[in-house]
Design a protein around this ligand. Structure first.
Ligand SMILES: [Fe+2]
Ligand SMILES: [Fe+2]
Length: 284
C-alpha cells in the first residue's frame, strides 16, 4: 500500500461510493440514515473534511472555467473508459471491480429492467468524469456528495459541521437561504460543488436526452434527490427531471453487489450503443 498524500485520504475513489451505498443500504430507516457517521471510517471522514472546507464558490467557478469549456482533449468514449481504467489504486483485483466493470454493471442492471437505450447508456458513462483524478485533481474535487455553493448549506448534507472551515461560511451573502440565487431559479443557474458529475454532464450533454443529462449532472446531489433539500432553488422542470435522477440512483447504488459483468460477451452491445449516440470523438 502506498502512503497517502494529504490530498488523497481515500485508498481508492470507490471508498466514497461504497460509503454512500452503505449509508443508503436497502431496508435502512430514516433514523439509520441520520446515523451515517457509524458507516464512515476515518479516511472517509477526512475526505469530507477536505471536501467541505475547500469547495468554495471561487474554486467551483475556476474549475468550471478550466474544464467545462472542453478544450483539453478530443477522445472517444472508449478511449476515456480505458483511460479511467488506468486509475489503479490499492483495490484488490480479485474482488474489486475495475472502473469499466462498475460502469458496465450499472448499465447492465438498467438493461435487465428493460429501460430505454439512452438510460442504459447513461449508466455506462455516468462515472467517466472521474478521469479528473488522472488530470491531477484532488479527491475532494472529483467525488463526494455535491451541494450548492454561494448559498446556505443544508443540514441534509453529510457532515454539515465541516462547513465551518469553508471560507464561504464567513461571507454573509453566501450564508442566507438563497445566497446569490433567486427563488426557484432552476438548478442550471446554481453552482454545485465541483466534481465528476458536472464534468461528464458537460462532455456528453449534446448527445443525450435531457433525462440522461439530469442523471449524470445530479447523481451525487444526495441532499436534493434523496432528502428533498434545496427545493427553493429548483424549478418545475427540475422537479420533473429529478424523478429520473432518483430512478437512476437505485442502479448506481445497488448494482455493485451483483455478479461481475461478462465484459467480452457484452462489449459488442455497448459498442453499438455508444456509436448510436456519440460521434467517434468528443471534446473533453
Ligand atoms: Fe458517480
Ligand atoms: Fe457510480
Amino acid at each position: 500500500m502506498q502512503p497517502r498524500t494529504d490530498n488523497a485520504p481515500l485508498q481508492q475513489l470507490d471508498q466514497w461510493d461504497d460509503f454512500v451505498a452503505t449509508r443508503y443500504r436497502q431496508g435502512k430507516s430514516e433514523e439509520d440514515f441520520r446515523n451515517y457517521k457509524a458507516d464512515a471510517n476515518p479516511t472517509v471522514t477526512e475526505f469530507y473534511r477536505q471536501n467541505h472546507a475547500f469547495q468554495t464558490l471561487d474554486f467551483v467557478l475556476s474549475k468550471k472555467a478550466e474544464y467545462c469549456s472542453l478544450r483539453r482533449d478530443r477522445q472517444s468514449i472508449w478511449e476515456m473508459a480505458e483511460y479511467l481504467n488506468t486509475l489503479v489504486d490499492d483495490s484488490d483485483p480479485d474482488t474489486d471491480l475495475t472502473q469499466i466493470e462498475h460502469l458496465l454493471q450499472t448499465a447492465e442492471a438498467i438493461r435487465k429492467d428493460g429501460h430505454a437505450r439512452w438510460f442504459i447508456l447513461a449508466g455506462f458513462v455516468h462515472d467517466l468524469g472521474k478521469v479528473l483524478c488522472l488530470y491531477g485533481e484532488p479527491q475532494w474535487a472529483v467525488v463526494g456528495d455535491t451541494f450548492p455553493v454561494g448559498c446556505g448549506y443544508s443540514d441534509q448534507i453529510v457532515f454539515p459541521e465541516f462547513f465551518a472551515a469553508n471560507p464561504d461560511s464567513k461571507i454573509p451573502q453566501y450564508r442566507t437561504e438563497y445566497g446569490i440565487y433567486e427563488p426557484n431559479c432552476g438548478l442550471d443557474k446554481v453552482h454545485l460543488s465541483f466534481g465528476h458529475d458536472e464534468y461528464i454532464y458537460q462532455a456528453t450533454r449534446r448527445y443525450l436526452p435531457e433525462e440522461a443529462q439530469y442523471m449524470l449532472r445530479y447523481h451525487s446531489f444526495y441532499a436534493a434527490h434523496r432528502h428533498g433539500a434545496y427545493r427553493h432553488l429548483m424549478n418545475a422542470q427540475d422537479e420533473r427531471m429529478f424523478e429520473w435522477v432518483r430512478k437512476f440512483n437505485q442502479y448506481d447504488l445497488y448494482s455493485k453487489g451483483r455478479e461481475r459483468p461478462k465484459t467480452q460477451e457484452i462489449l459488442p452491445y455497448y459498442q453499438d450503443l455508444v456509436s448510436e449516440f456519440f460521434p467517434d470523438r468528443i471534446a473533453w
